[in-house]
Design a protein around this ligand. Structure first.
Ligand code: MIC
Ligand code: SF4
Length: 642
């Protein structure tokens, strides 16, 4: 077994089941968990139904950053629910306005060598600080809070060898965009991307975090950086040097594949509409008129990012045709920007300053105008995610963002002249007053529930046979934004399964929920990388609630596949991908003996079509997955064991 990468060292310390052979099922101990409000309400309802008295992790934190718009009682009620349930069960609570979960976690809680499981797909951001941080569905995080290990497949460790240093006006975002260009949104499936080589020390922890963050868009299980002197300096500046430990790869560490990146050769890049891997150099798209520029999201809203845009625009004004918006990543970033005068220069130039949070990244406001280009430093530009349909969103670095804010068109930032000198703070302002620690004993805390919080539905076990109708057939790279859209109208329904299910697949088929309620049980057929993107388990919960019992696709994204299993939907892949053409929407298929096949460990089942012909389907599942599916989902499985 090859050892000696940082990833393998951390996994080895945490391994509780399985062997470290890439592709094999393993289970690891989880030290820390995080949730955000949009996935957290459901995760805490699930945790509560497990029935233990206090979290069993080293640290669990509940953040409120997604649902900040309060257009009625729903989100405000959820914030109160989250605060009270955190106090009840021993969880730290980061208040609305304190910042994006990944940014705040990096600043205040990240810890080299530890494991973190978060109910948000960008949890790997903390890999910038030498952690193994993984995104998962809310139910998996609930189990981790209950002290259960996390089950995954041992990843292949890909080494990204960095040499040189980044040129002026080029930053971490351009590096990860270049990797997305080379590898695509499915290039990281089943892998951890680990950075090494002499170029690593030229990147600050916030730079590393930006790269680790977007590793999610590669479909990677996680991204890991070593913990070195740069990490120590960052933790010292955060007044947390005591949690530092050095974790470096061994000189003979073995990577399953090595990818070379010469930082000197990097240039400003953009992911064009409407996929994070549709990447080209900025010079190829210069001159396009821009209506909106936003600096923010968990990818690029650190103090470093605000510093570069503020210094670049100082003394200039925002172009009259551009709405230039700043969403600082955290309260700490905002306080630092205020103290250093950076905020003043931004305000003076005409920028619109918002509170710290996800905001437009998840369609909570900031929708761009019709038929216009929006340049964003965000993570995702999936179609319609901005709230405007159709939309033309380009993902760029803060440098490229500010260049367009000044000129009103897509501009290579290297045209702006001398790049500003950036300083990493020797000391960040540390003010944890918006992170509320739980009481020693929370047993008497009353949990406050608003009327929008509905009990979890109960699901029946797997029947002997599945007789299904194909309710929907979709193509490749379907995202969880297609399956269960977000945005200001739908996000407040995350703790209300019947209500949110009405929007299931509404982005591809507005009649889906209506049709689903008229019959069933159903199957959905899809292509490659099905379910990429967000960790939202509602993309499994809602279909299951509407009677979907199987998904048959060419390939699954990791988190979505795990969520399907957790909610009792069988994930099947075509043995021969060409058979995708043989199943049409409306077809009836029968899988005889599915329950038996799950229990016996069968690797393959046969689906019989209406015309009597057969199709071979693969069941790639661990023994635990099979038990969970047989019981009808993870909650049934856990309840039976407790
Ligand atoms: C996202 O960026 O898509 C989200 C919103 O942060 C999701 C989580 C969610 O849907 O609540 C994610 O990335 O997991
Ligand atoms: Fe929030 Fe956007 Fe990051 Fe998701 S990707 S956590 S919505 S900032």
């Amino acid at each position: 077994m090859p050892k000696g990468t940082v990833t393998q060292k951390i996994i080895e310390r945490h391994l509780v089941e399985g062997t470290m052979t890439p592709g094999e099922p393993i289970a690891i101990k989880i030290d820390q968990t995080l949730t955000q409000d949009a996935t957290g309400t459901m995760a805490y309802l699930e945790f509560e139904s497990i029935g233990i008295d206090r979290v069993r992790t080293e640290l669990s934190v509940s953040y409120v950053d997604h649902n900040l718009l309060q257009t009625d009682f729903k989100n405000a009620d959820d914030h109160r629910f989250l605060q009270s349930i955190a106090a009840r069960y021993g969880i730290y609570f980061s208040r609305p306005g304190n910042g994006i979960c990944h940014q705040v976690h990096l600043e205040r809680f990240s810890r080299p060598g530890r494991t973190l499981l978060g109910s948000d797909s960008h949890t790997p951001t903390a890999g910038g600080c030498g952690m193994l941080a993984i995104g998962a569905g809310g139910m998996d995080v609930a189990l981790a809070m209950a002290g259960q290990p996390f089950h995954l497949r041992m990843p292949h460790v890909v080494g990204i060898h960095l040499t040189g240093a980044l040129p002026e006006w080029v930053s971490a975002k351009d590096v990860i965009l270049e990797l997305l260009r080379r590898l695509s949104v499915k290039g990281g499936i089943g892998k951890v991307m680990e950075y090494f080589g002499p170029g690593v020390k030229t990147l600050s922890v916030p730079d590393r975090a930006a790269i680790a963050n977007l590793g999610t868009e590669l479909g990677a299980t996680s991204t890991v950086f070593p913990s070195d002197d740069v990490t120590r300096e960052f933790l010292r500046a955060q007044d947390r040097v005591e949690v530092w430990e050095e974790i470096l790869p061994d000189p003979d560490a073995h990577y399953s594949q090595v990818i070379e990146i010469e930082l000197d050769k990097m240039e400003p890049m953009a992911a064009c509409p409407s996929s994070p891997d549709n990447v080209v150099p900025i010079r190829e798209i210069e001159g396009k008129k821009v209506a909106q520029v936003i600096v923010g999201s968990c990818a690029n809203s650190s103090f470093r990012d605000i510093q570069v845009v503020s210094k670049a625009i100082k003394g200039k004004t925002v172009h009259p045709d551009v709405s230039f918006e700043i969403n600082p990543g955290s309260r700490q970033v905002l306080e630092m920007a205020a103290k250093e005068g950076l905020l003043m220069d931004l305000i003076h130039a005409g920028a619109r300053i918002h509170q710290s949070g996800c905001l437009g990244c998840i369609g909570m406001g900031q929708a761009p105008p019709t038929d216009s280009i929006s340049l964003r430093t965000f993570t995702r530009n999936f179609p319609g995610r901005s709230g405007t349909k159709p939309d033309y969103v380009y993902l760029v670095s803060p440098e490229t963002a500010v260049a367009a804010a000044i000129t009103g068109e897509i501009t290579d930032p290297r045209r702006l002249g001398k790049a500003p000198t950036l300083e990493e703070p020797r000391e960040y302002i540390v003010n944890d007053s918006s992170i509320i620690a739980p009481p020693e004993d929370g047993s008497t805390v009353e949990i406050v529930r608003g009327p929008n919080i509905k009990p979890l539905p109960k699901f029946d076990p797997m029947p002997d046979d599945l007789k299904l109708t194909v309710i929907l057939k979709v193509g490749d790279n379907i995202t969880t934004d297609h399956i269960m859209p977000a945005g200001s109208k739908i996000l407040p329904l995350r703790s209300n399964c019947p209500a949110i299910s009405e929007y299931c697949f509404s982005a591809v088929d507005p009649e889906f929920a209506k049709r689903a309620k008229e019959g069933g049980p159903w199957a959905v057929v899809g292509g490659e990388n099905y379910g990429q993107g967000s960790s939202r388990e509602h993309a499994a919960l809602a279909p299951r609630y509407l009677g979907v019992r199987a998904k048959i696709v060419k390939g699954f994204a990791r988190i979505h596949k795990a969520n399907l299993i957790n909610f009792g939907i069988v994930p099947l892949t075509f043995k021969d991908p060409a058979d995708y053409e043989r199943i049409e929407q409306g077809a009836c298929i029968t899988i005889h003996g599915i329950r038996e096949a799950l229990m016996n460990g069968a690797q393959e089942v046969t689906a019989t079509l209406d015309d009597g012909t057969e199709i071979g389907l693969i069941l790639e599942l661990s023994n635990r997955d099979r038990e969970i599916l047989t019981k009808g989902g993870l909650l049934n499985w856990v309840r039976d064991r407790v």
